[in-house]
Design a binder for this molecule. Structure first.
Ligand code: ZN
Length: 416
């Protein structure tokens, strides 16, 4: 086999790239310098806007682009960066098949680095390829911008979820919008206020009229804006949040019972009781036989806590019932909860009455907790991998790259 054919395979070149010569420079790590040129055409394309334009000049002469490493060596492509005379942009460096405009790296190299930054973090990617954190960050921004220009994520939406996500300690939040159909993140911006939700609807424009469902956590800064900007949409309350309220009410009951035991001087009983906290938070079907026995024992040991646990589990069951059955079960549940003599559940019953139409819509249309929960978990993972984000834009860029399905493919799937 001819050496040049092997070389083309290693470099992942298509027929658009012509190899002129190759040399090796010994720095501590060898650098294979591959001199190339794009296949010559009568006209070139503007690197900025892609417009076909007449040739202008040879620009500043030879430039180099870092390409994917080859075994022990790093690889650089060297070429004359010719310019075209673009009608819109003026004299501009012509587009080259191997790199994005205005980058010192090839497209394949950038895709690989961004891929690593998403699955790991930016610093790990920077260390791995021997480039700066800033260079990795710029690649992430460049790829996210390019990808978001290519597709309109807000087209054809029917059901969306609006939620808030913490990006930093101390009340720093993003508003995140997801698509219920695909489970993908569509939009994210800094803040959690009516203005932030308004910005989303500005971006959506007339298409808000096509929205059938919006799920949210019941916060008025979301629901009030939705009522005005998407009046046709049915507002559903995210199951994830309702169950969260019930778990919180249960925890309040447990805590007050624990305090009673302590104040009565029953230290041993109080200590045993404290250990129940995480057990009570779990779902019945996830408990072991031994753990279930602990809960059953509560029926005689502490009836109030047992009643609270039962109320939480019954509410969870209602969300998986067919709507007719769920309506009747919810009537029963509200009746029982408001007479339970457990203050947190009496209060919860009042909230559920207030949100009842939204809760019934959630059950009827089966827009359950799946996406809000899984996106929250993934976004938490992105935040942990980066060990926090100082700037919300950097966080939004990573959330969009990872959760919108816009992340670059590995370069050998899309070789230039
Ligand atoms: Zn142009």
């Amino acid at each position: 086999m001819r050496v040049s054919k092997v070389l083309r395979a290693i470099l992942g070149f298509t027929r658009e790239v012509v190899i002129l010569s190759v040399d090796v420079v010994s720095r501590p790590r060898p650098v294979v310098r591959v001199h190339v040129r794009p296949k010559v055409r009568r006209r070139g394309r503007c690197g900025r806007c892609g417009q076909s334009s007449p040739w202008f000049d040879n620009g500043d002469g030879a430039r180099s682009w870092r390409h994917l490493d080859a075994a022990f060596a790093t690889v650089e492509l060297v070429a004359v960066a010719r310019r075209v005379d673009c009608g819109g942009c003026g004299p501009t460096v012509a587009a080259v098949p191997w790199a994005r405009h205005d980058s010192a790296f090839t497209r394949a190299f950038e895709d690989l680095v961004v891929h690593d930054a998403i699955v790991g973090n930016k610093q790990a990617a920077a260390d791995r390829y021997g480039i700066s954190w800033r260079a990795v960050n710029n690649m992430c921004v460049r790829l996210a911008t390019e990808a978001l220009d290519r597709v309109d994520l807000l087209d054809g939406l029917i059901a969306i979820a609006i939620d808030e996500v913490k990006y930093k300690k101390g009340q720093r939040y993003l508003t995140v919008v997801c698509d219920h159909v695909t489970g993908r993140v569509l939009w994210a911006a800094k803040g959690r206020s009516k203005d932030t939700v308004g910005e989303f609807f500005d971006a959506l424009g007339d298409r808000a009229g096509q929205l059938d469902f919006v799920t949210a956590d019941g916060a008025t800064w979301i629901t009030e804006v939705v009522a005005v900007r998407a009046p046709n949409a049915i507002v559903c309350l995210d199951t994830f949040h309702v169950i969260g309220w019930a778990t919180k009410a249960l925890d309040e009951v447990r805590r007050s019972e624990w305090n009673k035991l302590r104040q009565a001087g029953r230290a041993k009983a109080a200590k045993e009781f404290k250990g129940l906290r995480f057990l009570l938070r779990r779902n019945w079907e996830n408990l072991t036989m031994g753990q279930r026995e602990v809960i059953w024992a509560l029926e005689t040991a502490n009836r109030r806590t047992f009643r609270a646990f039962t109320l939480k589990e019954e509410l969870r069951d209602i969300f998986s019932m067919p709507i007719g059955l769920a309506r009747r079960a919810l009537d029963d549940w509200l009746h029982y909860a408001s007479r339970s003599k457990l203050a947190p559940f009496v209060k919860l019953a009042r909230s559920i009455r207030a949100y009842r139409p939204s809760i019934e819509a959630t059950i009827e249309w089966r827009l359950t907790n799946g996406i809000a929960e899984s996106n929250n978990a993934s976004i938490g993972r992105i935040r942990t991998n980066a060990r926090g984000f100082h700037h919300p834009d950097a966080f939004i860029t990573m959330v969009m790259l990872d959760r919108t399905g816009l992340a670059p493919q590995l370069p050998w799937h899309t070789a230039a």
